[in-house]
Design a protein around this ligand. Structure first.
Ligand code: C5P
Length: 243
């Protein structure tokens, strides 16, 4: 596995910059990326993103924009100004919103990915929202993201295998709910291991508490990378055997 494109994104779910930066200083920017979500951004704003950039870390700004096209486009442009590596919007904002977001981000700017259906929704909730069958809706939203020129989607690792044919030409699958082998699920209901997620076709894996709450976060990240490397080697071997 190349260290030039680290597959693990560490979710910095902290209440303040002090905690987030203390953890971030223990991470090697050549080996992982970090994710800033709503809690940390509401607490600290753009300053924490700049500080993380200052440590050499690529930042995924996970604010899941969903508003009228003009507002989302302008927010995406400001995210691009911050120098983040990745930013996301809700695919349910519709094609015009997705296209406006795409146009607002310069070619050399952050990768733009769409959130399909939140994995916290049960299939019953998805149906009650009038969105039909959850699997089919995830797929149609992922296709809409690709048609609008987005760079990928955020989806459950359990959905990744159904979307893997949409991958390619820069279209990536980002999957949260990932647990290294043998670690606790915490409050996640449907986790996958690093090996399972990579085998399903995930390109980037979001891992939070197994790294951030570990007694030695750098060692926990190293264990994640070992598992990813072994999974990649196993996959390559299988491909060779099948060819
Ligand atoms: O600590 P843990 O690995 O469970 O953290 C997962 C991260 O991914 C959190 O920041 C969570 O908000 C985010 N996420 C998720 N499921 C989604 C979308 C985002 O767990 N469907």
């Amino acid at each position: 596995m190349s260290f030039e494109d680290p597959v693990i994104i560490v979710a910095l779910d902290f209440a303040d910059a002090k905690g987030a930066l203390a953890l971030a200083r223990r991470l090697d920017p050549a080996r992982c990326r970090v994710k800033v979500g709503l809690e940390l951004f509401c607490a600290e704003g753009p300053a924490v993103v700049r500080d993380l950039r200052g440590l050499g870390l690529d930042v995924f700004l996970d604010l899941k924009f969903h508003d009228i096209p003009n507002t989302v486009a302008r927010a995406c442009a400001r995210a691009a100004d911050l120098g983040v590596w990745m930013v996301n919007v809700h695919a349910l904002g519709g094609p015009r919103m997705l296209e406006a977001a795409r146009r607002a981000i310069p070619a050399e700017g952050p990768r733009l990915v769409g959130v399909t259906i939140l994995t916290s929704h049960s299939p019953e909730e998805v149906a009650a929202l009038g969105l039909g069958a959850s699997g089919a809706r995830v797929r149609s939203l992922a296709r809409a993201c690709r048609e609008a020129g987005l760079d990928g989607v955020v989806c459950s690792a359990h959905e990744a295998s159904d979307l893997r044919d949409l991958r390619g030409r820069g279209f990536v699958l980002v999957t949260p709910g990932i647990r290294p082998q043998g670690s606790a699920p915490d409050d996640q209901r449907r986790t996958q291991t690093i090996s399972e997620a990579l085998a399903s076709g995930a390109d980037y894996l979001v891992v939070g508490r197994p790294v951030t709450q570990a007694p030695d976060p750098a060692a926990a990240l190293a264990a994640c990378l070992d598992e990813a490397r072994a999974a990649r080697a196993h996959g390559a071997l299988k491909n060779l055997e099948q060819s």
